[in-house]
Ligand binder design. Structure first.
Ligand code: MF3
Ligand code: CO
Length: 261
């Protein structure tokens, strides 16, 4: 069941997403060699609670943290840990969701830690480009498969792997609603996009092969070949003419300055 949102509801979702963007900016201030992913999680938890939000991942199907922090070969759903210390040259994908006044946000961002190899920086850039190219397709009159195929084509042309096991999704009162938004597919396939649909688009792209496995913790997805993966995500409302991006990387950009890609 796909729930179309009213303009008022979309604005409540935007507010939730702005809080998430500000949370990521707080986290970004502390991303550097030597910090643990548990410290980043604590920063996010406190910031969200201080601003009247509920960390929506915490307790979701038993998930034990506010953030998903996925480092290097970890693709998604990495669990923050005091034993996981960031090092120069790492990348870390930060993914989370907030419920604010009954409405969910969802966004993800992959940060370089210190000086990252050019080959990996290119993976980050291409994944982010794929997200925005996919978003351009999120307008009335297009189909879901147009988003999916656009993302897949951009990443596979660059020689990267497109993860199949995790997908984007509708979002609203629930963190995960219909429809599923795959990062692979065929142009012209799938449902017709309608004004008021709200979806999270989230390419998860690998430098090497696309195969993943789930670690023994039951959550952490990592690449089988242990090569790095990137993940960028926005929540988007479908409109006539132009996709309305509800989440924002603007606050992250303020913190990263000329390190923002
Ligand atoms: N953005 C993530 C997703 O859509 C949020 C995961 S929260 C978790 O899957 F609790 F499932 F980890
Ligand atoms: Co999501």
């Amino acid at each position: 069941m796909i729930y179309l949102k009213t303009d008022e509801e979309v604005e409540l979702m935007r507010a939730s997403n702005i809080l998430l963007g500000k949370t990521y900016a707080e986290v970004a201030k502390s991303i550097r060699p030597g910090v643990s992913t548990a410290e980043l999680d604590k920063i996010a938890y406190e910031f969200i609670m201080d601003h009247g939000g509920r960390p929506a991942c915490l307790g979701y199907e038993g998930y034990p943290a506010t953030l998903c922090t996925s480092v290097n070969e970890q693709v998604v759903h990495g669990i923050p840990s005091k034993d996981q210390i960031l090092r120069d040259g790492d990348i870390i994908s930060v993914d989370s969701s907030i419920e604010l006044n009954g409405w969910h946000s969802d966004s993800a961002y992959t940060f370089p830690v210190g000086e990252v190899a050019p080959e990996i920086m290119q993976l980050l850039r291409t994944t982010k480009e794929a997200l925005y190219l996919g978003i351009e397709q999120a307008v009335t009159g297009r189909r879901l498969g147009d988003i999916s195929a656009t993302i897949q084509q951009h990443c596979e042309r660059a020689g990267y792997g497109v993860v199949r096991e995790f997908v984007g999704h509708g979002i609203g009162r629930e963190m995960h609603e219909d429809p599923e938004v795959c990062n692979y597919g065929r142009r012209g396939n799938g449902i017709v996009l309608k004004s008021g649909m709200t979806i999270a688009i989230e390419p998860m792209i690998t430098l090497g092969r696309r195969q993943i496995l789930i670690e023994d913790d039951g959550w952490t997805a990592r690449t089988v070949d242990r090569k790095p993966a990137a993940h960028y995500e926005h929540s988007v409302c479908i409109r006539n003419g132009k996709a309305d991006i509800l989440s924002t990387f603007d606050y992250i950009k303020e913190v990263l300055g000329d390190r923002f890609i």
